[in-house]
Design a protein around this ligand. Sequence first.
Ligand code: SF4
Length: 355
Amino acid sequence: MKPVRDLPIEKLRHSLLDWYDAEGRDLPWRIRPEARAAGQIADPYAVWLSEIMLQQTTVPHATPYYFKFLDRWPSVHDLAAADEDEVLAAWAGLGYYARARNLIACARAVSAAGGVFPEAEKDLLALPGIGAYTAAAIRAAAFDLPASVVDGNVERVITRLCTIPEPVKTSKPEIRQIAAEIADPGRPGDYAQAIMDLGATVCTPRKPDCAGCPWSFACAARAEGHPEAYPVKAPKVAKPHKHAVGFAVFRGETIWLRKRPSRGLLGGMLEVPSTEWRTEKWSLTRARAAAPLDVQWAKRAIISHVFTHFSLEMAMWRAEAPTGWEPDEGGWHALGDVDQLALPSLMKKAVLGAL
Ligand code: SF4
């Protein structure tokens, strides 16, 4: 591994920023270098919104959501005043719904404090849903303040630049230290965006474009000839596989949906009722005993979904609600509204699978 002291830090900064000035991505929440140099500043609300959306999502997937949110809630005060269910419905499809709940909580905290996002790292970290990465990204991209932004893209670039021999999980502190030492204090906002772009467009997980890379002159992984060997992979741990039976209750062209508890997985989102999600398969008798209604159930599709820590297979059963029966919780929703509801991807599959 190349020690940090051996890195040509000034040259790395200059070549990366020169490359960024010419090749950097023009993203809607960004200020381009020439505009920043002319004194234009980014909208911290827009930067924050984009960073929260991009935490687990790609730029092409997040961009339409970004525009939708800005269109519906143009300022942090608008978002703070929004109905939570409407925000969750607008978020549906972006996954990791705890982020959407934190988004609302953060907007309310900022709005209550006057609507101005704080600049200090400790004040940003005190806001719901803002961790070290997002705080650094807001400080750099919105306020052009020195901050070392380290996401998965940056981790990959640094592990290759220095041929770090351990998996990212165990080498994070070292990666952070190297990233912080290289970060350019003269143009912090542009530098943060530049290194993220380098990872996203040049130093890609597969087939990095070393010939077009502004850091190829110093890159140890390129010199070794196998840049794709970095980051070193951690031994794979198999994800648990879970089983469940979902119960879709229809009444004509409507379906009964209820709200999940506000904390935990898919918290606050709508769902079809289901059995417990467990690693053992469900027998017919046990599943029937767990059904919310004692009626004739018809088996429909089996749907699959992969979460971060486990995968799930849900057998979908359907039934027509008996005349006069009304649920104790939740309510009836028109099937034509499915796309507008706060339904996470799994539950959307469940509804469509049960039709
Ligand atoms: S030279 Fe290749 S491996 Fe090294 S940082 Fe550039 S793209 Fe990545």
